[in-house]
Ligand binder design. Structure first.
Ligand code: PLP
Length: 431
């Protein structure tokens, strides 16, 4: 029997629900990234490192809400905190007392001077480029190929292999004019970046990047490359923006702390509120000071709502502590090393990349350096691996361009089980 047969047998109720879902939601999902062939599974609940689907299958989850759940599912202390917060209103309309405390916590932890809250990563990156344009009075933004900054129009280019060479928007429905001020550079290629800057540098408002690129697996920046980018930004007068939507929760003080660099703006989201929606654009005082009534627009009904704020204060002060983060880094090393050992043992072309609490595998001899190398990898084996892992109770990650997240609630036994299943699946795949 084929893997699809096994998958379909185990996930019959998901399949029925999927059929129903398709009649009321395009592809039966609320986000394109939750769809896969032949159909996705539908989940019911999560606890610690586990999730359960409608068929009653239990999975050890390593997707963890696409990197949101650094604290794990339904952490009992978060549950308690949110339960108490609900009793004092879910939204107050005017500014919430505790938002000031949270702002200070973030300023200390991430080495920024001022913050503004919103709910999703998409909103915060959108605001960041508006702030940069207003501050510099320039229009152009440089982004890197394969970096994802959310689903708003202006940065949605060159993040889809199908549309890589054509410099057209990643999605239909985005007018080409919208992207006329968006320039695209190669990741980790200083010479290419410098060439682009020599031509356009005086019109550039900002360069935005995922300092550890996590929408093409996991490709960290070379420190020298980053330093070169910072120097050029200073020389030409444009800002550096770190999109730390993913990285901000995977290393104690984010990628800026890891690299020891201070970008002009950073964006945080995903993990910072322990599973609740909260995002942040933050940075240098003089840059953030362009925001205000009659100045740069920044707003949002749900910004800094009590539930997210209270969950975030608790997450950043009590749960994602240095010690707990070290615990997760260590488990991450075990998992990454385990995959390397399997690759050696089975003598297969499989490479491993890791950073902080995350890692991923590529079905290739070497970890790719940039997006062009990444899209050259044949992803067929990945899909077979993915369905097999699911069929054996492991969600290894959400897609071949994603990565696993080790939460503070994962255990060494979870890692051991993951590796046992991976060993079995990869061995079968080799045959
Ligand atoms: N930036 C990065 C680096 C991301 O990975 C994502 C989402 O995965 C976003 C921005 C968008 O965040 P959200 O989905 O919360 O809008």
């Amino acid at each position: 029997i084929s893997i699809n047969d096994i998958y379909e047998r185990k996930t019959r109720l998901s399949y029925y629900l999927y059929r129903e879902a398709r009649s009321v939601m395009p592809y039966g999902v609320s986000s394109n990234y939750r769809y896969w062939e032949p159909y996705p599974i539908y989940l019911v609940k999560g606890k610690g490192s586990r999730v359960w689907d409608v068929d009653g299958n239990e999975y050890i989850d390593f997707n963890m809400g696409f990197g949101v759940l650094e604290v794990g599912h339904s952490h009992p202390r978060i549950v308690e905190e949110v339960r108490r917060a609900v009793e004092d209103s879910t939204i107050l309309g005017f500014e919430y007392e505790k938002s000031v405390e949270l702002a200070k916590i973030i300023c200390n932890r991430y080495n920024v001077d001022m913050v503004r809250f919103s709910s999703t990563g998409t909103e915060a990156t959108m605001h960041a480029i508006r702030i940069a344009r207003a501050y510099t009075k320039r229009k152009k933004i440089i982004k890197f190929e394969g970096h994802y900054h959310g689903s708003h129009d202006q940065l949605l280019i060159n993040v889809n292999p199908m549309r890589l060479e054509s410099r057209v928007p990643t999605s239909p429905g985005i007018p080409e004019e919208t992207l006329s001020n968006t320039l695209v550079a190669d990741w980790n290629d200083y010479e290419g970046f410098e060439r682009l800057v020599r031509v356009h540098g005086n019109d550039v408002a900002a360069v935005i990047m995922e300092p550890v690129a996590m929408n093409m697996g996991l490709i960290p920046a070379d420190l020298d490359f980053l330093k070169g980018v910072f120097d050029l930004a200073r020389d030409y007068g444009f800002l550096v923006i770190f999109d730390e939507v993913k990285t901000g929760g995977k290393f104690y003080s984010g990628a800026s702390g890891y690299y020891g660099l201070k970008p002009d703006l950073i964006i945080l989201a995903k993990a910072i509120a322990g599973g609740l929606p909260l995002s942040v654009v933050a940075g240098r005082r003089k840059v953030m000071s362009v925001i205000g009534p009659e100045k740069v627009a920044h707003g949002g009904t749900f910004n800094a709502n009590p539930l997210s704020v209270k969950a975030s204060i608790f997450t950043l002060t009590e749960l994602l502590t240095q010690n707990n983060m070290y615990y997760a880094y260590r488990l991450n090393s075990l998992l990454s090393k385990g995959y390397e050992d399997i690759a050696d043992d089975l003598d297969i072309d499989l490479s491993v990349s890791m950073w902080g609490t995350s890692g991923t595998i590529y079905f290739a001899e070497k970890v790719p350096k940039n997006y062009k190398e990444f899209v050259r990898i044949d992803q067929k084996p990945w899909y077979v691996y993915f369905l097999n892992m699911l069929a054996h109770g492991i969600i290894p990650m959400a897609d071949y361009d994603e990565q696993w997240t080790i939460s503070i609630q994962h255990t060494e036994e979870d890692i051991t089980r993951h590796l046992e299943v991976a060993q079995m699946v990869l061995k079968k795949l080799k045959e």
